[in-house]
Design a protein around this ligand. Structure first.
Ligand code: PMP
Length: 343
């Protein structure tokens, strides 16, 4: 083959997904729900197979209108995507292609970084301060898009709404994107979400069904933003990117708040135990508001391999831009026992 990829693509370090362990319980590398999806989701997905021969609803109207009611925004302020990752790529295409400029934390969520590089954009990375976003420094960067991941991945830290509001007001960036993939695991999700800013069109908020709803394999996320931003992204998206089964799964998950609450309760309780266990094993941890815990591990690769041999996978910090750490997803009770024995 003689075809050459665009030259700037040579710079891209590909995304390295977490490994699965031999058992579900032992898999603590990808922040997946240890409780799985709700029973209602399984039924809805099975039912949706009857429509397998039809193209899906391009804009996921039923889901979009329920989300609009839930978040008290106009349905035209919502775009549903094939995971929030698709929406991050669309934002990059629309606002960062051909020399656009993005600012994000260092380490960034890898897809924010990769999507910017893919479209030939420029990235300014601002190191975390005390393990959290340094919003004051980020605000001084004159960028097209500012990415704030709140809670941050992989640190698990949050910035309160007051600080985000100040950032949105003072930031020199034209569009502030707040990625709230993990917000349902924070102490006060309702009090810290940037959705009120998104409702006013002052920021864009990313949410996903992959975490608290346990639908990572279904690929559903959504963006809440100013209607003009949504209209732009609608123009450039692939029309059928969110499948019928995925839409049915997300709707069923949304209508099962009991399961959502159970996952939250499980996560908060087991996060505290996971934290204690890692500390008892001699690792300093970063207090987390997400469904994972970051541990400082000077013996990173040795620890990752030792756990792997005992049936537990965790994410090496090097793959997430934080060498000398490991990120451990909150597991099931059985998973916690496995990890305790392995440590
Ligand atoms: N944002 C952050 C910060 C994440 O950690 C993840 C999950 N890896 C995503 C977005 C992507 O989620 P989705 O599965 O919806 O693409």
């Amino acid at each position: 083959m003689t075809v050459a990829a665009r030259p700037w693509l040579d710079q891209i370090e590909p995304y390295r997904p977490g490994r699965h362990a031999a058992t579900l319980e032992g898999s603590m590398a990808s922040n997946e729900s240890p409780l799985g999806a709700s029973g209602a989701v399984l039924e809805a997905v099975a039912r949706s197979a009857r429509s397998a021969h039809h193209y899906p609803d391009p804009l996921a109207d039923e889901l979009r209108s329920e989300l609009a009611v839930l978040h008290d925004v106009d349905a035209d302020q919502i775009l549903v995507g094939n995971g929030s990752d698709e929406l991050i790529y669309l934002l990059a295409l629309a606002y960062l292609a051909h020399g656009g400029h993005a600012v994000c934390a260092d380490p960034a969520y890898r897809i924010d970084e990769i999507s910017t590089q893919v479209v030939g954009g420029r990235l300014t990375k601002v190191p975390l301060k005390d393990w959290a976003h340094d919003l004051a420094t980020m605000a001084r960067v004159d960028a097209d898009v500012a990415y704030v991941v709140n809670p941050h991945n992989p640190a698990g830290t949050v910035r309160p709404l007051q600080e985000l509001e100040r950032f949105v007001t003072e930031s020199r960036s034209r569009l502030v994107v707040v990625d709230e993939a993990y917000i349902d695991f924070a102490d006060d999700p309702a009090g810290m979400t940037a959705l009120p800013l998104a409702a006013e069109g002052r920021a864009a908020v990313l949410r996903t069904f992959s975490k608290i709803h346990g639908l990572a394999g279904m690929r559903v996320g959504y963006l809440v933003a100013d209607a003009a931003v949504i209209a732009t992204l609608r123009k450039i998206r692939a029309p059928f990117s969110v499948g019928t089964a995925a839409q049915a799964a997300a709707l069923a998950a949304l209508r099962d708040p009991g399961h959502t609450q159970a996952v939250r309760n499980h996560t908060l309780r087991h996060r505290a135990e996971l934290t204690r266990l890692l500390q008892e094993a001699g690792y300093a941890i970063v207090p987390s508001q997400a469904n994972f815990v970051l541990a400082e591990a000077p013996d990173e690769s040795e620890l990752v391999e030792r756990l792997w041999r005992q049936g537990v996978t965790v994410r090496p910090g090097t793959a997430l831009g934080m060498p000398g750490t490991v990120r451990v997803s909150v597991p099931s009770s059985a998973g916690l026992d496995l990890l305790r024995a392995a440590l």
